[in-house]
Design a protein around this ligand. Structure first.
Ligand code: FES
Length: 105
């Protein structure tokens, strides 16, 4: 079952933008990259550093702590093996960005 929560207004996240959402005990990083919206846990699965401030390059975010790279779409570490950060479905409804935080979503 889905559990969509309001994250931000569309205009708050222009192309190239990022947004840190704190809601319901979670910290979720949103990115607007190459026309797509992505939402991932703002906690690197390596050692917990924030990913919201990581460098974005070609659909990947690089953790500033130790340089691991994660694909925004899948959450998988570059190279396919190893660590994975949780991703969340994102949609836009009536000018608002929404994220599905349902378990396993
Ligand atoms: S905490 Fe992110 S790479 Fe180590």
């Amino acid at each position: 079952m889905s559990e969509w929560i309001d994250a931000a207004a569309v205009e708050q996240l222009p192309e190239g933008g990022r947004w840190l959402l704190r809601r319901a005990g979670r910290e979720i990083a949103l990115f607007h990259v190459q026309g797509e919206l992505y939402a991932i846990d703002d906690s690197c699965p390596h050692a917990g550093a924030s990913l919201a401030t990581g460098a974005i390059d070609g659909g990947f975010v690089t953790c500033r702590a130790h340089g691991l790279r994660f694909e925004l779409a899948s959450g998988c570490m570059r190279g396919g093996a190893g660590l994975q950060v949780r991703t969340y479905p994102v949609r836009v409804r009536q000018g608002r960005i929404e994220i599905d935080i349902a378990p396993g979503g």
